[in-house]
Structures are given as structure tokens and as C-alpha cells.
Write a protein that binds this ligand. Structure first.
Ligand code: UN1
Length: 514
């Protein structure tokens, strides 16, 4: 579990990667925002903070780029995204490593995040030839009614530390093929991966030509900062859509500001995801799925499993299996290929975890694990043993999203009751049922079942593929991004009726004979 002190420091490694990807040293050498490595608490680099005036200028420049980009035919816009996907493929190892260094994700998850970016680029390239509208029957003779989809303008993207690059790509790949320009504010905790992605995007920009011309400058920009930087994006009249991923508190601050100027929100906020394990479930499969969903990414996904409802008939059989999985999960340096649980992002995350566990204990829960784990050479980092908490009621911290590996486990008798508990939290992102009984699975998926945006059978709630729409209801914010028809959020719909006759019949039989 100790860090390999002979190897290059995380800062050396991160900086070598950044330089290799073409990021000038000046971009990460100084500035008030400090990129911290959660693996050992060391500093990886510094970036500038953009004030409101700078954000404004960036948005204006993106607005000018949009005016040019919107006339580029969508399949040609797809070509830019294809080139970006190629740049990502070439740099997958380096960018994945940087994700690990900056977020503390294990190696396969760092690489997986880049794969998710590549996948969404491929999806967007195909989509660039399929931005289709409907033809709708008109009630009037010699009239044709149809739907046209047109770009929006500038799309603002505010992303979180836990998926520092993939969530940007979900939004940017779609926004760009839809003809928009993008301005991105990454989490203050993960600025370096954003610099790397911007450099890779610039590789694609440099290779792109349409009819001999380059892509417009400033088509995609990154700005760094905290809430004020985000607010400058949210309040700017040229930004027609803001896609924001983060806490429910952040969404509550963003949504009314957007509503005030009738800009479109795409909100991906908190999750408090549950799974139900039924008597017919394959317990071996369920144990592995629960272990990955609850402990993977150290519980720092919005789709992480946080609540588990186990039927009373199998509780005694499932619990020891889960306990074993929890006790054996290898915790440590995420660069070590045998590690499954890396560090929490920072000390505040660990404090929030301890506070939640204290509250659970005070409410009578039986807490297993959850303590800080010492990793030699990483005294300034925050490694924890994932916590497994047996509860009798769904109360207290179980009703909240704590961004840490805490799994609350509770027995149930009636499936209807377990479904009621699944739905009895403020959030509505992801959910799962483990069963081999068709009736139980279908009830869970029915209108009387899970109220979440994602409902799975025999897989855990985390690890969604890009082909589906991603997002959830209630306090999760209602937004959907990534696959399915989410591209429509990045465009405006024009309903067009064309009269190709010489009469002027009015709709609804109205007469106006002048
Ligand atoms: C997030 O946690 O912010 O389903 C997004 C998943 C990932 C995306 C999670 N594909 O876990």
C-alpha cells in the first residue's frame, strides 16, 4: 500500500504529460488555482483564475465563432469531432494517467473515462448526419409542415471533479456537431486535465479544413475559477444553454438565474442511488455489482450505489458475502494496478464521510469500516475504508448524498415497500433491481416502479454507457445528456409550414376574405 517513492513525483509526471500533449509550461506554472494530487496531497501545478470580464470576452469570442460555425454543414462539423476523437485515441494512455493523477481514480477508470470521450465522439460523428426533424401532416391542401433543427449559440459547460473530462465531452461533442460554440468551466479541483483536453482539441482544430478554410478560432474555450466564474457564464445573454454537473445546491443557484433570462438549463445534480436485492437474485453477481457500484471510484460518482434494500430471506446469506468484499477491497495508490479503491478527493470529503457515519451511529446504525487508512508516504492524502452501514430505518444521513463510499443496508419484506423506499429520497438519478423474477423486474421498471432517470436490472446503478440518455429527476435536476435524442437540447426547433399552392387556406377553417 505504500507509494513508490523512487518513481517520478506526481507533479513531474503530470507536467511531462502536459508538455507532451503540447500544453505550454506557462499555462500550468503559476496562478491562484492549485491543482492538488489526491494520491499524496502534493501540488501538481497552478492555473490562472478568470474574472468576470475575462469570461465575458471569452464568451463574446465564442459567439463570433458560432456565427461562422453554424453555416458549416453538420457532417463537416462531425469531421472536426472525428479528428478530436482521433487525437484522444492517440493520447488515451497519457490523458487517462493525468485523470488518475488529478482525481485519484484507479488506472482502468482513468482510461475508461477517456474511452467514454472517444465513444461519445464516435456517436456525435454519426449523429452529425442524422440531425433529423419530422415531416408532419398539414390539414391544408398544398402545404407541407416540417421541423428544422438549428444551432443555439454558445453552450456553457460547468463540470465536476469526479468526471473531469468525460462529462465535458458528452456535452461538447454534441454541442459542436449541432453547430454551437462551447465555453467550459471545469472544477477548480481538476484544471490540468482540462488544459490537456483543450490542447487535444486544438490538435483537431489545426488539422480541420472545410473548403480550404480552418475552423473558426475560439470555437471551444476553457475558463478557470470558482462560483463567480460559473456565474459569469450563467448570466451572459449569449449563452443559450448551460449544462451544469455538480451538487443540488449548485443547481439551485444556477436554475433561477437561467430562468430569469429564459436560457436553457441542463442540470446533472446529486444522486442517492439505491438497489434492491430480491430473493431470486444471483447473489454472486449481485455482490460483485454492489461492490463496484458502492466502492468503485471511492463512492465519488453521482451514480454510486448508496442504499441497498435486501429481502429478509436472503439477508443472512448476502451480508457475509458483502462484508467479505468490503474487507478485502484493496485500498491504496490508484496507480498500483492491484488497487481498487483510491483516495477521496480531499480532506473535506473525508470530513463529510466521518460526519455522516457519526450521525448514522447516533441514529442507532451499525457501522462497519469507514475509518481513515494510512498509506505510507501519503500522509496528506485521504484514503478510507469503504463503510458498510446496517440500518433499520431510512432516516438521517441515508436520505442525503454523501460523496464518499458509504453503503446503507436495510432489510425489506415486500417489494412494493422496497420500491417506496427507493423513491423516498429527494434525488432521482439511478436505481437497480437484482432479480430473476420477470414480474419483479417489470414492476420495478413500470410506472409504479423506480422514479429515477436510470433503472437497471441485474447490473448496478453506476457505469452507464454513452448510448443512452443520462440524467435523473427531482433534485437530480431533470437534465439528460449523452446519447439517445439528447442532441435536441443543443438545438432550437423550428416548425415550418410551406404553402406550395396558389390559395391561402387558413388553419382551423378560419375565413378572412379581404
Ligand atoms: C458522474 O458521476 O458524474 O454512469 C457521471 C456512470 C458514468 C457517468 C457518471 N458513465 O457512472
Amino acid at each position: 500500500m505504500s507509494l513508490d517513492m523512487a518513481a517520478a513525483t506526481p507533479a513531474d509526471e503530470a507536467q511531462t504529460i502536459l508538455l507532451g500533449l503540447g500544453v505550454p509550461a506557462a499555462r500550468f506554472a503559476q496562478g491562484p488555482i492549485r491543482a492538488r494530487c489526491p494520491i499524496d496531497g502534493s501540488v501538481l501545478g497552478h492555473v490562472v483564475r478568470h474574472d468576470a470580464a475575462e469570461v465575458c470576452r471569452t464568451i463574446e469570442a465564442a459567439g463570433a465563432a458560432y456565427l461562422d460555425w453554424r453555416s458549416t454543414p453538420p457532417p463537416r462539423r462531425g469531421e472536426l469531432v472525428r479528428l478530436f476523437g482521433e487525437a484522444l485515441r492517440t493520447a488515451k494512455t497519457e490523458l487517462g494517467r493525468l485523470v488518475t493523477l488529478e482525481t485519484g481514480k484507479i488506472v482502468s477508470e482513468g482510461l475508461g473515462e477517456v474511452q467514454e470521450m472517444i465513444d461519445v465522439c464516435d456517436f456525435a460523428v454519426g449523429l452529425s448526419r442524422q440531425l433529423h426533424g419530422l415531416t408532419i401532416a398539414s390539414e391544408r391542401p398544398d402545404h407541407r409542415m416540417s421541423e428544422l433543427w438549428r444551432p443555439l449559440g454558445v453552450v456553457g459547460i460547468i463540470s465536476a471533479f469526479n468526471f473531469p473530462v468525460a462529462v465535458w465531452a458528452w456535452n461538447a461533442a454534441l454541442a459542436l456537431v449541432c453547430g454551437n460554440a462551447v465555453v467550459w468551466k471545469p472544477s477548480e479541483k481538476t484544471p490540468l486535465t482540462a488544459l490537456a483536453v483543450q490542447a487535444l482539441f486544438e490538435v483537431a482544430i489545426a488539422r480541420f479544413r472545410y473548403e480550404g478554410s480552418a475552423a473558426p478560432e475560439h470555437l471551444s474555450a476553457v475558463v478557470f475559477g470558482g462560483a463567480e466564474t460559473g456565474e459569469a457564464i450563467v448570466d451572459h445573454p449569449k449563452v443559450r444553454l448551460v449544462s451544469a454537473t455538480g451538487s443540488t445546491a449548485m443547481g439551485r443557484a444556477v436554475a433561477p438565474r437561467l430562468a430569469k433570462r429564459f436560457a436553457r438549463p441542463l442540470l446533472e445534480l446529486g444522486g442517492n442511488n439505491a438497489a434492491i436485492v430480491c430473493p431470486s437474485a444471483d447473489l454472486e453477481l449481485a455482490t460483485r455489482a454492489v461492490a463496484f457500484s458502492a466502492m468503485g471510484t471511492a463512492g465519488q460518482r453521482c451514480t454510486s450505489l448508496r442504499r441497498l434494500f435486501v429481502h429478509e430471506d436472503i439477508y443472512a446469506e448476502l451480508l457475509p458475502r458483502l462484508r467479505r468484499a468490503y474487507e478485502n477491497a484493496p485500498i491504496g495508490d490508484p496507480r498500483d494496478l492491484t488497487t481498487l479503491i483510491g483516495p477521496l478527493i480531499d480532506g473535506r470529503a473525508q470530513e463529510a464521510m466521518s460526519a455522516a457515519l457519526d450521525a448514522a451511529r447516533a441514529a442507532g446504525a451499525r457501522v462497519h469500516g469507514g475509518e481513515r487508512v494510512d498509506v505510507p508516504g501519503a500522509e496528506d492524502a485521504f484514503y478510507v475504508r469503504p463503510a458498510f452501514v446496517e440500518v433499520d430505518d431510512q432516516t438521517g444521513p441515508m436520505l442525503e448524498e454523501t460523496f464518499a463510499p458509504i453503503l446503507y443496508v436495510m432489510r425489506y419484506q415486500q417489494l412494493e415497500n422496497a420500491i417506496r423506499l427507493n423513491n423516498a429520497v429527494a434525488q432521482g438519478l439511478s436505481s437497480s433491481i437484482f432479480t430473476n423474477d420477470l414480474r419483479e423486474a417489470e414492476l420495478f421498471l413500470s410506472e409504479r416502479g423506480s422514479d429515477c432517470g436510470i433503472a437497471n436490472v441485474n447490473i448496478g446503478p453506476s457505469g452507464a454507457e454513452i448510448g443512452g440518455a443520462f440524467g435523473g429527476e427531482k433534485d437530480t435536476g431533470g437534465g439528460r445528456d449523452s446519447g439517445s435524442d439528447c442532441w435536441k437540447t443543443y438545438m432550437r426547433r423550428v416548425t415550418s409550414t410551406v404553402n406550395f399552392g396558389s390559395e391561402l387556406p387558413l388553419a382551423q377553417g378560419v375565413r378572412f376574405d379581404i
